[in-house]
Write a protein that binds this ligand. Structure first.
Ligand code: PGA
Length: 251
């Protein structure tokens, strides 16, 4: 049985003051979350605040990106060991915004997955097609290529240490959610692709959906057999909305 994971991706939002309010809302509501594991992925500069506010609670935290390198002359980069230093459990790798605005290739993302895993962090590997790719009918080809880059570099067993998030680019921040059936089809495809190499890894792999997930659509998405949680952007900035999604996994 896979425990659902609902992870917030705050992206480049918030301030010390707003994060304190958000986290106190989450802390007071999290006991109603019976089933899902809950995590928030914060901007790196706020991780110390997040650590001090969430230590000893049921909420885990993580980073939004990391370097492929362990340390050294890489101005502006954040190493996996630094995320460890602030108690991170998770780190997002290969978010579509990193791929689009920072030119991260499948190979770079796979190296980030490797760096996270080597440091004992749980990478959340994002995959997903653009609208153009969906319309061309190449969704499976795109997500397969993104997934295979990690398998080729690290082997299929590496997926046992991570989480995959299917995030159709056209659904991110647009208010357009994939239908539960559209999402389930891609999740099932991803799982079958892993199963072709290892049934056991596929059976244990948590595949999250991301893209305009909200309290109002979470339950029907999470009810699908291969949707094991969510990676939540916009709705993770409100404690009520985020907790609404987390509790949708209860039923
Ligand atoms: P969204 O973002 O929930 O605002 O669509 C999801 C994500 O980018 O992880």
């Amino acid at each position: 049985m896979r425990q659902p994971l609902v992870a917030g991706n705050w992206k480049m939002n918030g301030s010390r003051a707003s994060i304190e309010v958000l986290l106190s809302g989450l802390k007071s509501g999290v006991q109603a979350v019976k089933v899902a594991e809950v995590a928030v992925c914060a901007p790196a500069v706020y991780l110390a605040d997040v650590q001090s506010q969430l230590s000893g609670t049921a909420i885990a935290w993580g980073g939004q990106d990391l370097s492929t390198e362990a340390s050294g002359a890489y101005t502006g980069e954040i190493a996996a060991s630094m995320l460890n230093d602030f108690g991170c459990k998770y780190v997002i790798v290969g978010h579509s915004e990193r791929r689009a605005y920072h030119g991260e290739s499948d190979e770079t993302v796979a190296k980030k997955y490797k760096a996270a895993r080597a440091a004992g962090l749980v990478p959340i590997l994002c995959v997903g097609e653009t609208l153009e790719e969906r319309e061309q009918g190449i969704t499976e080809e795109v997500v397969a290529r993104q997934l295979d880059a990690v398998i080729e570099l690290e082997g299929v067993d590496a997926l046992a240490d991570g989480v995959v998030a299917y995030e159709p680019v056209w659904a991110i921040g647009t208010g357009k959610t994939a239908t539960p059936e559209q999402a389930q089809d891609v999740h099932a495809f991803l799982r079958s692709r892993v199963a072709a190499r290892s049934e056991a890894v596929a059976a244990g792999l948590r595949i999250l959906y991301g893209g305009s997930m909200k309290p109002g659509n979470a339950a029907e998405l999470l009810a699908k057999a291969d949707i094991d949680g969510g990676l939540i952007g916009g709705a993770s900035l409100s404690s009520d909305d985020f907790l609404g999604i987390c509790t949708a996994a209860n039923s």
